[in-house]
Ligand binder design. Structure first.
Ligand code: HEM
Length: 421
């Protein structure tokens, strides 16, 4: 087995951060296993990595000490860039109420319909990233959230523009940090500003238009309609700008996350014929309760990122009273290796085994703690339904590996199938 830490210790300070990034990209599983055993709290020039489940929880459940300050230059007043403030508490509370959990069965049925429409149109061969995994959430953002892409009245909305806006912002806000070392970070930041400005321009046209149409037809029911129909006391400060900011967040939160999860889960299942066959049986029988655990367990083997990140606001000692206790000074970046946490042998026994019966333990797929995903309930049905509709097709196969085109996100992946549905 490669002795990663010995190699790391002998490398120069310039080489070290690059080595860690490369191993996390190319050999994450054995590297993280070694970290869990030998250096579970791993200080580097990129930040301090936390490899154990308990330490990841410790970081993510303390927003006053481990903050989301790093998101601030990218997201400003949006809830995810603010801890324990009105921008988080008020906005998240309002948006949770708008995303009524009673909608969820209807949302799942709607997603299923959109999935089959995309697959039927493809006639047996589909570029699954753009024509399926990005397309279906964009349709959901239009139909359920009530936020269509730019269009003239009576004309179809521009879904590709929505994909562009969401992508530019996801890439900058979640991946464009020194510890990821993307090429051309300034350009990525500029692209996100252009996308945000275009999206805001469209919302300044669309929201009043939608408000006027609600006067004509107050029976419309989608998330944006609910937001516009609700009267907020001015003392709350949830004004037009706050409303538009949160409508934009619905798009940006929903698309790249979902597409990456759906594509990587299908890939993981295709690589495991036994589990694939079992999952497919449940898919064909429409047994969602039995099917969905295959999806979330598959994601444990290929989550969207190996880590999350937080900024240390004050000196803090992790794992106090244990042999691994370690103090991180204020100003450090901590990188909870949530992928490693979901393979921590104490909480996920035999982590290399595919086991749909892991209970009593949290995963980190949809965040954890104060910034737990706002879209959790939607994602919890959207993702499995999108995977299920693909697995129901006959003779499913992939044409080669997922193509990331040098980016952190899947960009192209061709799937073939014969019929079914
Ligand atoms: C499979 C799909 C999704 C995945 C994998 C995902 C993942 C995540 C993760 C990991 C976080 C935490 C980020 C952090 O703490 O640094 C998060 C937060 C968030 N997600 Fe999602 N998400 C998904 C779908 C959605 C959808 C559909 C929406 C739209 C409603 C959404 C909106 C948000 C928002 C607004 C936050 C920030 C919440 C806060 O600051 O309290 N996400 N999501």
């Amino acid at each position: 087995m490669t002795q990663y830490l010995a190699i790391y210790d002998q490398a120069t300070p310039e080489q070290q951060p690059k080595l860690v990034r490369t191993w996390l990209k190319n050999e994450p599983v054995p590297f993280m296993k070694q970290l869990r055993r030998e250096r579970p709290i791993f200080p580097t020039a990129n930040g301090t990595y936390l490899a154990l489940y308990e330490d990841c929880i410790e970081a993510l459940r303390q927003p006053a000490v481990m903050s989301v300050r790093l998101y601030k230059p990218k997201m400003g007043d949006f809830m995810l860039a603010n801890d324990l403030t009105i921008a988080n508490w008020r906005d998240k509370g309002i948006m949770q109420a708008m995303l009524n959990p009673n909608d969820i069965p209807r949302v799942r049925a709607m997603i299923g319909r959109q999935c089959d429409a995309a697959l039927d149109a493809a006639e047996g061969r589909i570029e699954a990233v753009n024509r399926y995994a990005r397309k279906v959430p964009i349709r959901m953002v239009d139909e359920y959230f009530g936020f269509p892409g730019p269009h003239d009245p009576g004309k179809p909305p521009n879904d590709d523009k929505m994909i562009e806006w969401s992508y530019a912002n996801q890439l900058d806000a979640f991946r464009n940090y020194p510890f990821n070392d993307l090429d051309n970070p300034e350009q990525i930041f500029r692209n996100s500003r252009v996308a945000l400005a275009e999206m805001r321009d469209w919302l300044t046209i669309y929201l009043p238009r939608k408000g006027a149409s609600l006067q004509q037809n107050p029976g419309q029911d989608d998330v944006v309609a609910r937001m516009l129909k609700t009267r907020f006391d001015p003392a709350l400060g949830f004004d037009g700008a706050a409303l538009a900011l949160n409508v934009g967040g619905l798009l940006i939160g929903a698309v790249e996350t979902t597409q990456q999860v759906v594509v990587q889960v299908i890939d993981q299942l295709l690589k495991r014929p036994v589990q694939f066959a079992a999952a497919r049986r449940h898919a064909l029988a429409d047994e969602d309760a039995a099917f969905d655990p295959y999806v979330w367990e598959a994601l444990r083997f290929a989550p969207i990122s190996p880590f999350m990140f937080r900024y240390v606001e004050q000196d803090y000692t992790f794992a106090k009273g244990t042999a691994r206790a370690h103090t991180v000074p204020a100003g450090t970046t901590v990188l909870p290796l949530t992928w490693s946490a979901m393979s921590d042998e104490r909480y996920f026994p035999r982590p290399d085994e595919f086991n749909i019966n892991r209970t009593g333990v949290d995963t980190f797929h949809l965040g954890y703690g104060h910034h737990d995903c706002l879209g959790r309930m939607v994602a919890t049905v959207m993702v499995p339904e999108m995977v299920k509709r693909v697995l129901r097709r006959d003779s499913l196969s992939a044409e080669g590996a997922i193509d990331f085109q040098g980016t952190p996100y899947p960009q192209s992946w061709w799937l073939r199938f014969s019929a079914g549905g």
